[in-house]
Design a protein around this ligand. Structure first.
Ligand code: ADP
Ligand code: MG
Length: 378
């Protein structure tokens, strides 16, 4: 079924083509009519399956259909995301879909770590606001934004947004929103039973859950090596060189570890940068931009970058250390094998983590061949 079946505005259809999207993905095919109909929705579909456009397209179309423009500092659409990088990425998608519309629909990303003044100024006339919760509240307290006219609320990475880490801020934000609104929740790891969902919406939402593909045709191939902690550094370098990896995202469990791994790679002639919450926003933005463009060979990251970030045809992800939660594993390996691409996710596992690994794989309903690295020459 082509996008033209949805009765979308011709300029939006043109922008969809310009993005190179030929056919809707499964989540888009099902979510677009539900969002257009103004219903509440839980959209559950795997990483890289095009969830962003599944809400961005119908939201923009609805805005074009209603002649009423946002005035002053009263956005009509609020999209909440867990990280600054994801906020910036989503606004890129909204902007790409809003080219040459009959009238301008302004979207803006606001997030912390950069000065607030330019954001205060830029908020005037914004219709679609994409925000991280902390900075949104700062802006609201400074009267730079008024959330009382929000018609549609989107929680991208919804399970993360309803997690304990954001709870206090989210509750404060909910109080500022009108009760009557459309609520759209998306994630690859969202459960219909999640308690927080009742706090977001009054009635029952439409639930769209796209089934995972079977193992044989999985787009994200999993491989694992048993490696002791002491041998992980040399083993990582061996992997990168042996497989001639030109673009690889390496996950560690802490920012300090990420710095150390990146430094060590650099000393051995493999260009690497680290990205994590203790870095300045400037350094974060530069590292991710260089990595996305293919200029940087290795990006060593914490789970900061595990949610939502879209890197075109990224071929490799390496778990230098296993994450604690199976969900994080899903999101980390989901940075590869996106859209129609294939990817390989390699995990370095110590013998002591064997049980933990089993738990993760069982949750994912996946199997992974493990290779012992002990005898390998590095
Ligand atoms: P998700 O949020 O489900 O993880 P994204 O929305 O980030 O996935 O989309 C993943 C990638 O797929 C992006 O690069 C996006 O441009 C691309 N994409 C989205 N929809 C389509 C489509 N209909 N056809 C081709 N590529 C698409
Ligand atoms: Mg996404």
């Amino acid at each position: 079924m082509p996008f033209s079946k949805f009765q979308l505005h011709p300029s939006i259809l043109r922008n969809i083509s310009a993005l190179g999207y030929e056919l809707p993905t499964a989540i888009q095919a099902q979510a677009i009519p539900v969002v257009l109909a103004g219903k509440d929705l839980l959209g559950i579909a795997k990483t890289g399956s095009g969830k962003t456009a599944s809400f961005a397209i119908p939201i923009l179309n609805q805005m074009l259909a209603s002649p009423e423009r946002s005035r002053n500092r009263q956005p009509k659409v609020l999209v909440l995301v867990p990280t600054r990088e994801l906020a910036a990425q989503l606004v890129e998608v909204f902007s790409a879909l809003s080219q040459s519309l009959p009238w301008d629909i302004k979207s803006l990303a606001v997030y912390g770590g950069v000065s607030i003044n330019p954001q205060m100024k830029a908020l005037y006339g914004v219709e679609i606001l994409v925000a991280t919760p902390g900075r949104l509240l700062d802006l609201q307290r400074s009267n730079a934004v008024d959330l009382s006219k929000v018609k549609t609320l989107v929680l991208d990475e919804a399970d993360k947004m309803l997690n304990l880490g954001f709870k206090a801020e989210m509750q404060e934000i909910f109080k500022l929103l009108p009760q009557q609104r459309q609520n759209l929740l998306f994630s690859a790891t969202l459960s219909k039973q999640l308690d927080g969902i009742k706090e977001v919406m009054l009635g029952d939402p439409v639930v769209i859950e796209i089934e995972e593909q079977v193992e044989a045709e999985a787009q994200i191939n999993l491989a694992g090596y048993f490696v002791s902690d002491e041998r992980k550094g040399p083993f990582l370098r061996h992997l990168i060189q042996d497989k001639d990896m030109h673009q690889v995202l390496v996950f560690t469990s802490s920012g300090r570890k990420a710095d150390r791994v990146a430094n060590k790679l650099g000393k051995n002639g493999i260009e690497a940068l680290a990205i994590h919450g203790k870095k300045s926003q400037g350094a974060r933005t530069t590292a991710l931009r260089k990595f996305k463009s293919g200029e940087l060979r290795v990006l060593v990251a914490t789970d900061l970058i595990s949610r939502g970030i879209d890197i075109d045809k990224l071929p490799y992800v390496i778990n230098y250390e296993l994450p604690r939660s199976p969900k994080d594993f899903v999101h980390r390996v989901g940075r590869t094998g996106r859209a129609d691409a294939q990817g390989l996710a390699i995990s370095l596992v110590t013998r002591e983590e064997t049980h933990h690994l089993k738990v993760i794989l069982k949750k994912m309903k996946r199997y992974m061949d493990m290779v012992d690295s002990e005898g390998m020459e590095l």
